[in-house]
Write a new protein. Sequence first.
Length: 249
Amino acid sequence: MIKQLALLLLMFLSLPAWVNAQTTNSEQGNTLEVNVAFVELHSGPGWAYPVTNVIEKGEMLSIERKRGSWIKVIDRRTNQGWVHIDAFKQLTTATQKISDLAISQDDYLARDWEVGVLFGQMQEATYYSLNLSYQFDASVAAELTAGKVLGQSSNSDIYSLQLTMHLFPDWTVTPYVSAGGGYMHIQPHSVLAQAETRSHTLMLAAFGLKYHLARNFVIRAEAQQALALTDRDLNEDLTIWKLGISAFF
């Protein structure tokens, strides 16, 4: 599972066009002139989509909308396609200068989904998780987490569902709080002959910070407090420190 999460982290650094951002009104209606020999139009917002049209020098293109690092354009013959944002270095504006085609803070606030990986420590053990959240609006989100804890005496799987409140969503560094519940399954190492596999219900609360780094990427740090409801006389308090990266779309 460690290798899988490491692979996911690498994928975030080269996310293709499925990462989505809403189009701002200022981008619609802009017209560009192809200033090189040709520009290739893809059928979808990603390099994996086939090239459907080749637009030659001197042709005019109108911007329709933006999705992540890709821009949908249409030519005078109504041919439509997607061009990577880097290709706009090869075009010149004919009617209006495009000041910024990068993903903005407004795109970040309007996000629907956010997926990421977090690494950290729970007590003396190593912790890592995969997180998926849905944003109801700029302030409120629901988050599903699948985590793994690697300790000296046992390993644990943690699954949780939490409600997150972004306190000041328009701040550059956004503080948030969350609360929810979950499930923890503990598997002792086989060298411990008398140790038993056990499961606990969790009550969770957390405080964290998010920073919109660039494009679709968000840096995230979090401190989480968990209460494991055991069948013993005393419940167990657990503290988890996390740091990671997310991508929104």
